[in-house]
Design a protein around this ligand. Structure first.
Ligand SMILES: [Mg+2]
Ligand SMILES: [Zn+2]
Length: 170
């Protein structure tokens, strides 16, 4: 098992880690209105138990912004809700879609790399917690450790470290 005590810097994916995913016609999707935005129980537990001195970042793909399915003001409202429970050093959002070819959309490591450089963080003291293969690959490319949160929709993903609940980590 992996011990979070060894890591100063924790990068969290958002959808499926912090908040519940939304299923639309069998497809895993992200909340688009505040009424769809529910923080996960294990995340709330995590916020109560995680030591204060950790640097915690949110690193999230939100292509629904460029698809015009999600309003940026609603996104901000969702993020205000998150920071009322946990102190985040920074929230990194990629608003792009695949065809934009940006360097931030996971599985690209752009968002993680930028934060590591900006705050001069040690990669060996950094860990990413995510629920998708895109998160895993982004972490690998950024050369930081990774923990997969196992869910019913990511059973096919193979990860060195995995948990069934964030509660296992705190
Ligand atoms: Mg996710
Ligand atoms: Zn991007």
């Amino acid at each position: 098992m992996i011990n979070l005590n060894e890591f100063k810097n924790i990068f969290l994916d958002r959808d499926g880690i912090v908040n519940q995913v939304i299923e639309r016609e069998g497809v895993i999707s992200s909340p688009r209105v505040i009424e769809e935005f529910f923080l996960r129980e294990d995340f709330l537990d995590f916020t109560k138990k995680i030591p204060n001195e950790k640097n915690i970042f949110l690193v999230t793909n939100q292509p629904d912004i460029s698809r015009k399915l999600l309003n940026i003001e609603i996104l901000k409202e969702m993020h205000s809700k998150i920071i009322s429970f946990i102190k985040l050093k920074e929230i990194a959002v990629c608003p792009h879609d695949d065809n934009h070819n940006c360097d931030c959309r996971k599985p690209k490591p752009g968002m993680i790399n930028k934060l590591i450089e900006k705050y001069n963080l040690s990669r060996s003291e950094s860990i990413f917690i995510g629920d998708s293969i895109k998160d895993l690959v982004a972490a690998e490319r950024a050369n930081v450790e990774f923990i997969l949160l196992r869910t019913k929709y990511n059973q096919e993903v193979t990860s060195k470290f995995s948990v069934n609940s964030l509660t296992e980590l705190v």
